[in-house]
Design a protein around this ligand. Structure first.
Ligand code: GLC
Length: 601
């Protein structure tokens, strides 16, 4: 997950860069085919076929669970990413935990969250803060234990909130028993579970760089071979060409489905496979923040084999009505389309980082990205912040109107057709607060890349619950400092302020859940030449919602000609606004950064 300087913001970018039917039909036909009784001929072919057909239909209905529009649960759900170290600390050790999350389910429900994605909380040496896993089927004691997980799962279900686990298939920790065995000898049972190669010309097997600095190969003195790691050396890559790896890793997902989870966020799927012939990557001009030559990840990123795995992983998900969310870093819409699967049989929700990386308030740029996402044929997935990128509050904020701009961004991605994935604290206007001294940095890439790369601590600071000590996150000093803005931007204060970012989010999420046009309506762009205001309709049957967002620093007057969309009424009723606005469809005056969402009747 490299960072790139875009328009003077430091932004992190990674790698620079299906249908239920077949599997459920197969399952449903099973009992009919395996019928042991020799009554087949007596029952007759027709009735046998009919029974199979009815069973298949029932099974499909049970598994797909679509609404009358054919939408599945994850198409209407609002997802919310929780970075567990930083959400709520129930046992006062300075690090968040599962019981902390459980204690905040009421808050999440009231906010309008339907599913939480928990960043890795498995046993881990914490080199990459949980993305280096030493046991996929347990909970790290720092976060609790499996009993706590099951309690969270039960309570979440009671709240109508689903749980999505973070699935890290690309690599394990070097402390995982598989790797310990793999590195023990060239003949070990798990040797081929990782990627081991002899060196070349007295050095590494090829020129591949690790994303987190230095060569992607580490020499292991015991067996005198190199192993491959796309990220830190403590994160050796699994060898997905070995069927045993695939089986073991697929069983991990089955096990968690058994514990009630509703799907997975797939970490770093782009890099599951590498060229077996280890061709050198093309070298580009210049050096990266770690001082390594820039290179194009031609031979170790987005290899076609990843799609075979995703298709099979989707079959497992379909058996459990689960969703797969992809950490899919793509450079163009064709690459994103590919992640949905040629037959929509891979990832249901591949995150669209091209939308996320529009790093300026630009109506034309967002309009373009939305049009591309709409053209993909898949269900769009919008994200504006996460644990790897500078928070949207800072990327779009101008320093003076950040709260208004935070509402503007919410007004955009929460009213589009598709599924939004929020990041904890975004609903408060939490600010990215990077360390100011190298010795305070926790994220290893910040230590290595300092001062150009300060690491990701800034976007992972403790959740701001109230204005008391440590922002109500913990009674002891938290693992990362609480940003000074906690005094004004916290749940308790904002809940009591009708003009806060939090109250705006709550109203918007409530609207999103209850308005059929916002749930199911088509996206119809309006005034496509307007350089300042992005506006569109969400149209569903005889209902339409008009959204207009002023992305500029000055007031804008906008006129709409809606007759061509079959809308002749001149009346629009405001549903939610930030700023003062009259109520006519033909004309609106939008103050700087204003949001207007109105229903056309
Ligand atoms: C993903 C995670 C990031 C992690 C990396 C390596 O990009 O989002 O936080 O460092 O994978 O696992």
């Amino acid at each position: 997950m490299p960072r790139r300087n875009l328009l003077s913001w430091t932004v992190h970018i990674r790698y620079l860069s299906k249908a239920a039917s077949s599997s459920s039909l197969r399952q449903a036909q099973g009992p009919c085919r395996n019928d042991k009784l020799g009554i087949y001929l007596k029952v007759g072919f027709m009735s046998k076929t009919l029974i199979c057909f009815v069973v298949a239909l029932a099974s499909l209905a049970a598994q797909a669970q679509t609404d009358p529009e054919g939408h599945q649960w994850w198409q209407h759900a609002v997802f919310y990413e929780i970075y567990p170290r930083s959400f709520a600390d129930s046992n006062n050790d300075g690090v968040g935990d599962l019981n902390g999350i459980r204690s905040k389910l009421d808050y999440l429900k009231r906010l309008g969250v339907d599913a939480i994605w928990i960043s890795p909380c498995y046993p881990s040496p914490q080199v990459d803060f949980g993305y280096d896993i030493s046991d996929y089927q347990n909970i790290d004691p720092m976060y609790g234990n499996m009993k706590d997980f099951d309690a969270l799962s039960t309570e979440a279900k009671r709240h109508g909130i689903r749980i999505i686990m973070d699935y890290v298939p690309n690599h394990t920790s070097d402390k995982h028993p598989w790797f310990i065995d793999s590195s023990s000898s060239k003949n070990s049972a798990h040797r081929d579970w990782y990627i081991w190669r002899d060196g070349k010309n007295g050095g590494a097997p090829n020129n591949w760089n690790a994303l987190f600095g230095g060569s992607a190969w580490k020499l292991d003195s015991k067996t005198n071979q190199y192993y491959y790691h796309f990220f830190y050396p403590e994160q050796p890559d699994l060898n997905w060409r070995n069927p045993a790896v695939k089986n073991a890793m697929f069983d991990v997902t089955r096990w968690w489905y058994g514990h009630g989870v509703s799907g997975f966020r797939l970490d770093a799927v782009d890099t599951l496979f590498e060229d077996p012939n280890l061709h050198d990557n093309p070298v580009k001009e210049g050096k990266n923040v770690y001082g390594d030559p820039n290179e194009e990840n031609k031979y170790n990123d987005r290899l076609p084999e990843v799609h075979d795995i995703l298709r099979d992983l989707r079959k497992v998900a379909d058996e459990h009505n689960g969703v797969l969310i992809g950490e899919t870093w793509t450079n163009n819409i064709e690459e994103l389309k590919r992640y949905y699967g040629l037959n929509h049989d891979e990832v249901q929700l591949p995150m669209n980082f091209m939308f996320c990386m529009v790093n300026k308030l630009s109506a034309p740029d967002f309009r373009k990205q939305i049009a591309l996402a709409e053209s993909s044929g898949g269900w769009p997935t919008y994200v504006i912040s996460n644990h790897d990128i500078v928070r949207s509050y800072d990327r779009y904020g101008d320093g003076n109107h950040n709260d208004r701009i935070a509402k503007l961004m919410a007004g955009l991605y929460l009213t589009l057709r598709g599924t939004p994935i929020m990041y904890y604290g975004e609903e408060l206007g939490m600010k990215t607060t990077p360390p100011t001294r190298r010795e305070d940095v926790k994220d290893p890439i910040g230590k290595l890349g300092w001062p150009k790369e300060k690491g990701r601590d800034g976007e992972r600071t403790p959740m701001q619950w109230n204005a008391s000590v440590n922002a109500g996150f913990s009674q002891v000093k938290p693992w990362l400092p609480v940003p000074p803005t906690y005094k004004t931007h916290n749940v308790a204060s904002e809940a009591a302020n009708p003009d806060s970012v939090l109250v705006f989010y709550k109203k918007l999420l409530a609207l999103r859940h209850n308005n059929p046009a916002l749930l199911d309506g088509n996206y119809v762009p309006l005034n496509e030449d307007d350089p300042n205001v992005i506006s569109y309709l969400r149209q569903y049957k005889d209902r339409a919602v008009l959204v207009a967002l002023n992305m500029s620093t000055t007031a804008q007057e906008v006129k709409f000609d809606l007759a061509k969309y079959g809308i002749t009424t001149g009346k629009v009723t405001p549903l939610l606004t930030s700023g003062t606005i009259p109520g006519k469809t033909s004309q609106l005056v939008l103050p700087p950064y204003a949001v207007y969402i109105g229903e056309i009747k």
